[in-house]
Design a binder for this molecule. Structure first.
Ligand code: RNT
Ligand code: ZN
Length: 412
C-alpha cells in the first residue's frame, strides 16, 4: 500500500476525504506578486523604494529588465503547483523605443507585453496602482495630500489603473482584482486626523467614478496600521478602509502584516464575511513589524487557510501573496512562500470541520482540543507529497533553484 493510501485510510477514520482535498486544492487561484523578483523596484522610475515599506538584503541576481523578471517568474511559477494569477504593480509598465509615460499618463499599451505573457500561459492578471517611489509623493502623502495638484496626479493615476484593470480582465477573459494601497501618514502625532481621511475618501470617490465592468474588475482597498517613518498615524487605517469599502460597495483587503502583533487576520475573516460577498487577502509574514518575510507553513498561515475553507469562502476570497525578501535567492523566496500558502490550504481541506463545529456547539471543548491536536500530526506530508507528485513536482526543489542561480542569476 502506498503512503498516500495509508494516509487516506487514517484521514477517513478521522472523517476526512483526502482524495477530495487533493482534487480541490489545486483549483484555488493564488495571485502571486511580481515584486518579489526585483525588490519592489519596477521599470518606471529610478526612485528608491519609499512609502514606509522596505526590502533588506542584497542577494545577487535581481531581475532588472522585463525579460529577466519574466524569465524568473516562469522559473518560479513552474515550481509552484496549482492555479495561478500574476499580480502586477503599475510601476512595472513596459516602455518601448525610448518612450516614457509618467504614472498619470500610463495606459493599457504599456502592459500589452504582460497580457501576452499571461495569455500564453493561461494565467489571469491582477493589478495595483503604485502610490510610492515617485517624486509626486509629497511629504509622504498622495490621495490624502492637502495639495490639490498632488491629489489630482494620484487620482488620475488610479483612474488609469482602473482602465488598465478593465483591459486585463477583457484581454485575459479572467476577472482582475485591483488593489488600492496608499502609504499616506505621519511620523509623529498629527494635529488633524480627520482632514486627511476626508480627503482620502473624496479622492477615492472621484476615482470610483471611472467606468468599469463590476462583473470582471474588483476594486479592493487595503488598510495599514503604520509604516517606517509613518509610525504615529496612517490615513488608510483598518476602521477607515472597512467603513469606506462597506459604504461604497467595494472589497476590503487585509494584509496580515498590517495589524498590531496580537491582532490576527485569521480572527477577522469571519467578521468581514458577514458583510461582504468578496474579501481580499495579502498573505505575508510579519516579523516584529511589517517586515514581509517569506510565508512559512506556520500557525497563522494555517489558521487563515482554515477560516477560508471551513467558512466555505474559497470562492469569496481573493488570495494573494505580498512579501519581499532581498536577502535570499528570490526564486526560492517565491516558490517557498507560495507553496506554503497552497500547503496551508491543503491542510485546511483536511480538517474534519463538521465534527469540530459540532463539538464546539455541544460545548465538548476537551474533545475538540484533543481532536485539533491529533490533526496536527495526522500524515499530512504524505498527502502533500501525493498532490505534488500528481502535479509532476517534488518536495525537494532546492537543487533546481541552485542550478538556476548558477546558470542564470549569477551571470547577470
Ligand atoms: C504595503 C502593502 C502593499 C505593498 C505592495 C507592494 O505595506 O502591503 O500591499 O506591499 O503594494
Ligand atoms: Zn500588502
Amino acid at each position: 500500500m502506498s503512503r498516500f493510501d495509508e494516509a487516506k485510510k487514517i484521514y477517513a477514520s478521522l472523517g476526512v476525504d483526502a482524495q477530495k482535498a487533493i482534487e480541490t486544492v489545486g483549483s484555488v487561484p493564488i495571485s502571486i506578486h511580481c515584486w518579489q523578483g526585483d525588490d519592489v523596484v519596477g521599470f518606471d522610475s529610478r526612485e528608491s523604494l519609499s512609502g514606509g515599506i522596505q526590502t533588506t538584503g542584497n542577494y545577487p541576481g535581481k531581475a532588472t529588465t522585463p525579460e529577466q523578471l519574466m524569465a524568473d517568474i516562469d522559473k518560479a511559477f513552474s515550481m509552484i503547483p496549482g492555479a495561478k494569477k500574476l499580480n502586477l504593480h503599475a510601476c512595472y509598465a513596459i516602455f518601448e523605443d525610448g518612450e516614457f509615460a509618467d504614472r498619470d499618463k500610463i495606459g493599457p499599451k504599456h502592459f500589452k507585453k504582460w497580457v501576452d505573457f499571461a495569455n500564453e500561459r493561461g494565467w489571469g492578471l491582477d493589478f495595483n496602482p503604485t502610490l510610492f517611489s515617485h517624486p509626486m509623493v509629497k511629504d509622504n502623502l498622495t490621495l490624502s495630500s492637502p495639495d490639490p495638484a498632488t491629489r489630482a496626479f494620484w487620482i488620475e493615476h488610479c483612474k488609469r489603473c482602473i482602465e488598465i484593470s478593465n483591459y486585463f480582465a477583457e484581454a485575459t477573459g479572467k476577472p482582475c482584482v485591483m488593489n488600492i494601497w496608499i502609504p499616506d501618514g505621519y511620523k509623529d502625532i498629527p494635529a488633524d486626523r480627520l482632514g486627511p481621511r476626508m480627503r482620502f475618501a473624496a479622492s477615492l470617490d472621484e476615482i470610483l467614478k471611472t467606468p468599469y465592468d463590476k462583473e470582471k474588475v474588483y476594486i479592493t482597498l487595503e488598510s495599514k496600521v503604520f509604516g517606517i517613518g509613518l509610525e504615529a498615524y496612517t490615513v488608510g487605517s483598518s476602521e477607515f478602509t472597512l467603513g469606506y469599502a462597506a459604504s461604497r460597495g467595494i472589497t476590503p483587503l487585509m494584509d496580515n502584516g498590517h495589524y498590531h502583533p496580537t491582532e490576527m487576520v485569521s480572527d477577522k475573516i469571519s467578521s468581514l464575511l458577514c458583510y461582504h460577498e468578496k474579501i481580499g487577502l495579502h498573505i505575508t509574514r510579519p516579523m516584529r513589524w511589517d517586515s514581509d518575510h517569506v510565508v512559512l507553513f506556520d500557525d497563522e498561515t494555517r489558521e487563515i487557510a482554515k477560516e477560508i475553507v471551513r467558512n466555505g469562502a474559497l470562492e469569496r476570497t481573493f488570495i494573494s501573496t505580498d512579501y519581499f525578501d532581498a536577502s535570499i535567492n528570490r526564486i526560492c523566496a517565491w516558490v517557498t512562500g507560495v507553496r506554503n500558502v497552497r500547503k496551508a490550504l491543503l491542510f485546511a481541506l483536511l480538517q474534519p470541520d463538521d465534527k469540530m463545529k459540532a463539538l464546539q456547539d455541544n460545548a465538548e471543548f476537551s474533545e475538540l482540543m484533543t481532536l485539533c491536536e491529533r490533526m496536527k500530526t495526522a500524515p499530512f506530508g504524505d498527502v502533500w507529497n501525493e498532490y505534488l507528485a500528481r502535479e509532476g513536482l517534488g518536495d525537494d526543489y532546492f537543487e533546481e533553484i541552485r542550478a538556476y542561480e548558477k546558470d542564470v542569476l549569477l551571470k547577470r
